[in-house]
Design a protein around this ligand. Structure first.
Ligand code: NAD
Length: 428
């Protein structure tokens, strides 16, 4: 990975994701003549919580895991952001993801601030009981800081609706035993989850891809698409694009990738993964590495795995015409500049994967009202919000002649700036 330029004086927070976010923040602040005092405040997280999580393992030994919750900015509303379980989670990564959530919620026009959480653990190496024990203790440790009006976690890599159910139950037990469904989103529907949340991010990726195709004067039907990552985001993005007539010629996960130039029957690949837990070995496909997959000739590439996938080492080799960032931070700033110069259109993460938090927002609203909408209504409202954010970013992209990432960030920073100036600085 290339050397990053960090603008943060606090070295313990430095990481590639946060470095990229700060760099783009500073550039876009210049674009909109942002108040320097506001910019200074936006460069720092409001609060970083680190907790030790002792867990009784199945063999009765106790292991102590480290967890984080970073509350970056709450100017626009309660903190909001997912929780990641992954062996590489550390504070700088969580800070970077929390900053991204702040700008994402702002550009999407949601009444929410930005946060992110994570636990350094490989979820594939612990049992279900151990995962439940870990989740409940983590929820308990951060319970003073979260709540339906304070900070509302959601799933991310390595966590799912069941994890959210355990978090909601733990919080509710500790707050007097009354159900508090609004404390987390991404819950199962039986306990206050919303229709349409599970596929929301993937559907949003495809709504944004459709806009990008339209702007690039291309058609999704019959086009070729490559998807990296076949989890929640990647598998649904592949499915919705497949349903729109696109040929998904390659998909991958951490085990590696598979290729078929004729296009995959995505519902069948999803069924295969349910039983085999990986895409590798799928019949009628040739194996391909994740590195090779990113460099395949195709109309659109959806990176839907993890951050830092496209960097200066491979940006020149990317052959897609459009990149839609399903993952958070898959393309570095330096790579964005190279790709932009090469005429490759990037729909940035803060808009492209906004479907998850948009429908999480709907879930939170429905929990507060105790009144639930049907899936068509959810999908329609999702499309309206995500398309509007794309159009706002596109207008700045055209007017200022900058890439879509800088444009989206400029929209986000401008909204935050207005709100921060209106609220002022406490105490003065
Ligand atoms: P997930 O855990 O469901 O899936 C992740 C997928 O990526 C899996 O298929 C995994 O095998 C694969 N993967 C992991 N490491 C990889 C590697 N090194 N190379 C290739 N593939 C790899 O996670 P998810 O919820 O789909 O999230 C994926 C990305 O999307 C993350 O960056 C996350 O922050 C972002 N995101 C998720 C949501 C959401 O609603 N789930 C919303 C917004 C953004």
């Amino acid at each position: 990975m290339e050397k990053q330029h960090f603008h943060n004086s606090e070295a313990h927070l430095d990481g590639p994701l946060f470095g990229n976010a700060l760099e783009i923040l500073i550039e876009s602040a210049k674009l909109i003549n942002c108040d320097p005092n506001v910019l200074e405040r936006l460069k720092k997280p409001r609060r970083c919580i680190t907790v030790s999580i002792p867990v009784r393992m199945d063999d009765y030994t106790v292991r102590v895991f480290t967890g984080y919750r970073v509350q970056y900015n709450a100017t626009l509303g309660p903190f909001k952001g997912g929780i990641r379980y992954h062996q590489n989670v550390d504070l700088p990564e969580v800070v970077g993801l929390a900053a991204l959530m702040t700008f994402k919620n702002s550009v999407l026009g949601l009444p929410l601030g930005g946060a992110k959480g994570g636990v350094c653990v490989d979820p594939s190496k612990i049992s279900r009981t151990e995962k439940q024990n870990l989740t409940r203790r983590y929820a308990s440790e951060i319970s003073h800081f979260i709540g339906p009006t304070k900070d509302i976690p959601a799933p991310d890599v390595g966590t799912d609706p069941q994890t959210m159910a355990w978090m909601m139950d733990t919080y509710s037990q500790e707050q007097g035993g009354y159900s508090q469904p609004g404390v987390v989103t991404g819950k199962p529907v039986e306990i206050g989850g919303t229709a349409g949340r599970n596929h929301a991010t993937g559907l949003g990726v495809v709504f944004v891809a459709e806009k990008a195709y339209e702007k690039c004067k291309m058609e999704m039907s019959g086009s070729t698409i490559v998807v990296q990552g076949f989890g929640n985001v990647g598998s649904f993005a592949a499915l919705f694009a497949h349903q729109r007539g696109a040929k998904i010629i390659a998909v991958s996960d951490v085990s590696g990738g598979i290729y078929n130039g004729e296009g995959f029957d995505i519902p069948d690949v999803i069924e295969y993964v349910k039983t085999h837990k990986q895409v590798k070995g799928y019949p009628k496909s040739s194996p391909i590495t994740n590195e090779e997959l990113l460099e395949l000739p195709c109309d659109a590439l959806f990176p839907c795995a993890l951050e830092g996938q496209i960097d200066t080492h491979n940006a020149e080799k990317i052959k897609a015409k459009i990149i839609v960032e399903g993952a958070n931070g898959p393309v570095s700033n330096a790579a964005t500049r190279i790709l932009h110069k090469r005429g490759i259109f990037i729909a940035p993460d803060v808009i492209a994967n906004g479907g998850g938090v948009i429908v999480s927002y709907f879930e939170w609203v429905q929990d507060i009202m105790s009144f639930f909408w049907d899936e068509d209504e959810i999908n329609d409202r999702l499309k309206t919000i995500i398309t509007k954010a794309f159009d706002k970013g596109w207008a700045v992209h055209q007017e200022k002649n900058v890439d879509m990432r800088s444009a989206a960030m400029a929209v986000a920073v401008q909204r935050l700036e207005k709100a921060m100036l209106l609220r002022g600085l406490y105490p003065r």
